[in-house]
Design a protein around this ligand. Structure first.
Ligand SMILES: [Zn+2]
Length: 221
């Protein structure tokens, strides 16, 4: 039997998880706690409430994020969230500031087969540093167009966003029904060009995205 490793590609969420600049901070409130004395005949439980921007931490953008008539996260087919993905490692020694068409060279066949593409830039090393949200590598419009041409239906990055205003990569990808994963981490541990990805969004009705627990399932050769 092949050895199988499951890797977590998600950042942790707590009160200090940095929001995208301009978004509200995450709030986690303890509603009840087993550390509290319960009234006679009752029992204290651990119960929490969480309030966060959909675009905080490791999350998925649905087409509706940029397009009023685009698919909302609950209507994104689950086939787009689970299955083989192609890892393109651009982190060595450091990623170029722009991910261009030339960075995708040699990956067309696998992208056409898998439909899911994860671009590793190594930028997740800056997580927790205020600079994380600035100067991160971006996907050019031309590279995004090429990914769509090759049939990509999911594009993931280890940066806070695939681009910056005027959001040409978001527009190209989401405008063609692809979903985007942002703030992935730990992609260096995958170690194979094709792996099984699972990144399931919560079934939030009618909205623009969702936090996800992104994982890689890697079979040892
Ligand atoms: Zn987002």
């Amino acid at each position: 039997m092949k050895a199988r490793t499951i890797l977590d590609l998600s950042h942790g969420l707590d009160g200090r998880t940095p929001p995208f600049p301009g978004d509200p901070p995450i709030e986690i409130t303890v509603v009840d706690s087993t550390a509290r004395a319960a009234p006679p005949g009752q029992r204290s439980l651990n119960v929490s409430r969480i309030a966060l921007s959909i675009h905080l931490g490791t999350h998925m953008d649905a087409p509706f994020h940029f397009y009023g008539d685009g698919l909302t996260i609950d209507r994104v087919p689950l086939e787009q969230c689970l299955g083989p993905a192609v890892l393109i490692d651009l982190a060595r020694p450091t990623c170029d500031p722009e991910i261009q068409e030339r960075h995708l060279e040699g990956h067309e066949r696998r992208i056409r087969e898998a439909g899911k593409v994860i671009l590793r830039t190594g930028w997740d090393r800056r997580w927790g540093d205020p600079a994380y949200f600035r100067e991160h590598p971006v996907i050019t419009c031309q590279a995004a167009r090429r990914l769509i041409e090759w049939g990509a239906h999911l594009v993931g990055v280890d940066t806070p966003s695939v681009d910056r205003p005027p959001y040409e990569a978001h527009l190209e990808l989401l405008g063609h029904g692809a979903v985007i994963l942002e703030n992935l981490t730990g992609l260096d541990r995958i170690g194979s060009e094709v792996f099984q990805l699972a990144a399931l969004p919560l079934r939030i009705l009618g909205r623009d995205g969702s936090p996800v627990r992104a994982i890689a399932v890697v079979d040892a050769e």
